[in-house]
Ligand binder design. Structure first.
Ligand code: S5P
Length: 452
């Protein structure tokens, strides 16, 4: 192979680095702009690049290769072809339907995966990719990067214990181009000045503890939920989707000690009678220290919701600590829930739900601004000012054949930064609901601790 310098100049001819004034995604003005995607369009260069990258690496250490999407995907593919190390593919977003897998390809737990990145700046996308690869129980020890912009990303990853191998860095690139006359001394100085002052740091999003949230939030129901979570070491809400009073009370008695709230669909109880159903249920809630969450999912104008909340046979207002409500009726439709907390339905877990990005954004605006709202049900992260409740959690299944889509507690805590998990059939349909509740409680608590 030719020298590394000659190789760089060949790459440079493809237009991978431009000098001038460029506004970056972060809003910073940069004197250079790097885009390595053209390299993939020259097969000879791509193949050579793969070999240069492979040469730097302790290849025996790796079972798999994975590129950070998208620019590094062809690089990782060529490296795999040249080295016979199997390739896996990381998705940018989880599949909407089916398995929600983030990684495609064949791999086994515990395998060591080499990560390939085209350009490293702050290291943000690598940190995120590493977390996602590790989520699949794969190990990452080494990262190989084509070009280091020398803005702090390499140091950040090294401080986290990763070996970062870089083929080129911007200083040596400038040297080469100054030597060939492609860059003037002035331009080189300008770039050096820029690099001195532009170590970019990104905020790694961290999840707040229940204790921190307790200081942050002030609705009485939020406080009660958080205090219960802390004292029971539980973030589990059991969904009691059973259809008789007897089953409901039996389940509440069994799972009560392990949950922070029992979620009801009170209108599915076929023998509902306030005195026979609610009175003993409230007694159990007091005995085992859990709250009652009525999952009514109100979805009407304010006046009708008020009647549904206060009247009829269920008289939800008399016994529920908090209720779920759609926000489709708008801000004012939530005014009637004065004596309870409201959990706004922002995003649903079912396949084909109409809660699109756009809808969720608007729904969140209502939820965040309304004083009765304590939280949201969603399958996405939400701001810290309200609590996140996540249904669609199951340790055994990935769906129910009726559109429900499940995640594990681990996933919803690490990825969505949820506060509370809601588990229905995973508990009440289990042979031993009490043991299942303990299992979900422990899995939820471990996942919470791990996500901090
Ligand atoms: O998006 C949602 C919102 C809710 S509240 N997806 C849901 O599954 N739920 C509720 O959570 C649903 O109505 C049911 O009561 C529970 C999930 O039950 P599972 O048996 O699928 O765990």
């Amino acid at each position: 192979m030719e020298s590394k310098k000659e190789f760089f100049l060949e790459c440079y001819k493809l237009g991978i680095i431009k000098f001038g004034r460029f506004t970056l995604k972060s809003g910073i003005e940069s004197p250079f702009y790097v885009d390595l995607r053209p390299l993939a369009s020259d097969p000879k260069i791509l193949k050579n690049l793969a070999n240069y990258l492979l040469e730097m690496l302790p290849l025996d250490n790796f079972d798999l290769i994975c590129g950070v999407p998208y620019a590094a995907l062809p690089m990782a593919t060529s490296m795999s072809l040249e080295s016979y190390i199997p390739l896996i593919i990381k998705r940018k977003e989880a599949k909407e339907y089916g398995t929600k897998k983030m990684i495609e390809g064949i791999y086994q737990k515990g395998q060591n995966c080499l990560l390939v990145e085209d350009v490293i700046t702050s290291g943000k996308s690598l940190v995120e990719t590493i977390a996602e690869v590790e989520q699949e129980d794969l190990k990452v020890s080494d990262i190989v990067v084509v070009l280091d912009r020398e803005q702090g990303g390499k140091q950040l990853l090294e401080s986290k214990g990763f070996n970062v191998h870089t083929l080129f860095n911007i200083s040596e690139v400038c040297d080469i181009l100054q030597e060939t006359g492609d860059l003037s001394d002035d331009e080189v100085n300008r770039i050096q000045d820029f690099l001195q002052g532009n170590h970019v740091q990104f905020e790694e999003k961290v999840k707040s503890t229940y204790e921190t949230k307790l200081e942050l939030l002030n609705h009485s129901v939020s406080i009660k939920l958080l205090e219960t979570a802390i004292s029971k070491k539980s973030n589990l809400i059991a969904s009691a989707d059973v259809t008789t009073t007897e089953e409901l009370l039996a389940l509440a008695e069994k799972v009560g000690p392990h949950i922070i709230a029992l979620k009801t669909h009170i209108d599915i109880i076929s023998d509902f009678e306030y005195t026979k159903t609610i009175v003993p249920l409230k007694a159990l809630a007091a005995k085992h220290q859990f709250l009652l969450m009525e999952d009514r999912k109100f979805a009407d104008i304010g006046n009708t919701q008020e009647l549904q909340f206060t009247s009829g046979v269920f008289k939800i207002t008399d016994w529920a600590d908090f209720v779920t409500s759609q926000v489709i009726g708008g801000y004012d439709s939530l005014n009637c829930f004065k004596n309870v907390g409201v959990v706004a339905i922002v995003g649903m877990s079912s396949k084909g739900t109409l809660t699109s990005n756009n809808y969720r954004e608007e729904a969140l605006k209502v939820a965040l601004s309304h004083p009765n709202v304590i939280g949201a049900v969603s399958q996405n992260t939400i701001p810290e000012e309200i609590l996140l409740f996540t249904p669609g959690v199951n340790l055994a299944d990935s769906g129910d054949g009726k559109g429900q889509q499940y995640n594990t507690p681990e996933h919803v805590f690490s990825k969505l930064h949820t506060d509370f998990i809601i588990v229905g059939r995973g508990i009440y349909q289990s042979e031993n609901p009490e043991l299942a509740a303990i299992e979900y409680k422990n899995a939820g608590w471990d996942a919470y601790l791990k996500s901090l």
